[in-house]
Design a protein around this ligand. Sequence first.
Ligand SMILES: [Ca+2]
Ligand SMILES: [Ca+2]
Ligand SMILES: [Ca+2]
Length: 211
Amino acid sequence: MVAYDGGLAVDFGAPGVYYYNGAAWNRLNPNDPDWLGTYGGKLVADFGAKGLYEYDGASWSRIRNRDADNTGITTVAYDTGLVVDFGASGVYYYDGVTWDRINANDPEWLRTYGDKLVADFGSRGLYEYDGTSWSRIRNDDADNTANTLVPYDAGLAVDFGASDPVAFEPAASFCDAGLKVDSTLQSGQRMGRAKTSGNPRTTTPQWGHCM
Ligand SMILES: [Ca+2]
Ligand SMILES: [Ca+2]
Ligand SMILES: [Ca+2]
């Protein structure tokens, strides 16, 4: 489910996509989506082999005749448009009119923070895109067994899994439940690891990667 137009758009599986405005439910589409997303006031649905569709509040239009990849994060709103993971075909940006392939690799995870798009390209490392070019910000494969990365403070909090220096595996809800970047992190220590006080497996996590 995703927040949409002041309400909630929900994937109920075979019954289709419904919209709840806080009082009543409306079926928006009879198909079962692989993924629901939003960008620029539009609802986006990956209807698998039927293609990628958007809904403007009145009608649906197919914006791409291709099945988007659902192994990680399928779509994210970025800038004024939409970024889509098309698997082996790479990462595409849709500005509402045209599609541009912005990266040829298949991401394991997509997210935004600030004005950047971030992509976990597996063993290639973690990259960010500023709208023009990509830079590798970390030469590690971020962990995708839970919530891989979230915007936090002015930066990005990333789960690097077992490759994390403190070898702490966060639970599925860890990042949303309250990731803290330890205040002992030195200023200017970008992308460094914060110190952990106590046993990271038994105490409140106080570590994080930050930038
Ligand atoms: Ca799909
Ligand atoms: Ca992918
Ligand atoms: Ca990964």
